[in-house]
Design a protein around this ligand. Sequence first.
Ligand code: NI
Length: 184
Amino acid sequence: MILPIYVYGQPVLRMEAEDITPDYPNLKELLTNMYETMERADGIGLAAPQVGLPIRVVVVNLDVMSDDMPEFKGYRRAFINPYILETAGEMVSMEEGCLSLPGVHESVKRPDKIHVTYLDEEMNKHDEWVEGFLARVMQHEFDHLGGTMFIDHLSSLRKQMIKGKLNNMLKGKARCSYKVKTLK
Ligand code: NI
């Protein structure tokens, strides 16, 4: 089932998401719906708050990037209760977008390596270092679980430049090809 994607201005995007327990009701169904919603919207990542749920659940699909990055062929994963324990490496700039911020694309500086823990779809615990593109996607998605959006990392000048677009979203004007839930 395709879920509406909550857009900038929705309070759930600013909440601190909570860990879930293994007996969280209908988790498999939620993950299926999140994958479907993300893929229909051509996203590479989706965090549960973006579908209105303040819980620590994220799905990622990097298969769509595999023409340029063959290591991600077939890469589709869920991350449950993820946490970034530490970061390392250089700060790297790359353009980001977000399904909750349609039409906004800005360069964001993030560390290249992260030490993460999470549970996979089968509730197996992982503790690993991740780097490069996946580390960037994880940081963007896991930020959502703390109520942070990528625009929070921009300089005040860049924030000023996108203010008009953000105000339009607050007024319920979001231009995109997928189903959204705006504040108004
Ligand atoms: Ni996002």
